[in-house]
Design a protein around this ligand. Structure first.
Ligand SMILES: [Ca+2]
Ligand SMILES: [Ca+2]
Ligand SMILES: [Ca+2]
Length: 212
């Protein structure tokens, strides 16, 4: 019996195997690759069955579980949320000068740290706490593993770009936000986009927010 023909036992097939009553070529069949029932899939790229093994090609994802049959199961390109549904990380002090004596506070304090392997949205609020005349600042940094290119964008508010950082693959990104002090409350909200650009990695990016 030739491939695609009905069979009732493995020995009946001219080549390949008898899978669920049909002769299949286990060397090339995407739905029976290597053995009956092994399906080659890839949610982030393409795949093929070659010499009885699934061969995924990643695009916007990575194969991190050593299972070629499910392809590049970690997706980098697709974000689980959007600017309006960004994850709120908190309210953080932004005054460059703090306290009763208005001492300078030019050092940065790490106030939030996040990790991930896909594009992602966050938001936070920079607070003006001191009456001193000093800019309100916040710094956003993105650590990027080798082999993948993520870029960093900040918006105030959604849809209005306030800053971007677009370094090559494997290179960290950084954006400093600075608002001049006036007599009114200069606290401000900002939205952060971690956006995959190219490449892939099974290691996490690390997003860090520095405040004063
Ligand atoms: Ca996999
Ligand atoms: Ca980049
Ligand atoms: Ca003010």
């Amino acid at each position: 019996v030739q491939d695609g023909g009905l069979c009732s036992a493995p020995g009946q097939c001219a080549s390949g195997a008898c899978c669920s009553g049909v002769c299949r070529n286990l060397l090339t069949d995407l739905s029976n690759c290597g053995s009956c029932g092994v399906v080659c899939t890839n949610p982030n790229g393409s795949t093929s069955c070659s010499a009885g093994a699934c061969v995924p090609v990643c695009f916007g994802g990575s194969n991190c579980d050593a299972n070629a049959a499910n392809g590049c199961e970690v997706g980098h390109a697709t974000s689980p949320n959007t600017c309006p549904t960004a994850t709120h990380l908190g309210n953080f002090a932004g005054d460059m000068a703090c306290g009763l004596t208005c001492a300078s506070s030019t050092t940065w304090n790490l106030v939030s740290s996040q990790t991930g392997r896909s594009s992602r949205w966050f938001r936070a609020r920079a607070l003006e706490n001191a009456g001193c005349t000093a800019p309100i600042q916040q710094r956003v940094r993105l650590g990027v593993p080798a082999g993948v290119d993520y870029d960093l964008y900040v918006y105030t508010p959604c849809g209005t770009l306030a800053g971007s950082s677009n370094s090559p693959a494997g290179t960290s990104e950084s954006i400093t936000l600075c608002v001049a002090d006036t007599f009114s409350d200069n606290s401000f909200d900002y939205w952060i986009e971690v956006r995959w650009f190219s490449g892939g990695s099974c290691s996490n990016w690390t997003l860090e927010i520095d405040a004063h």
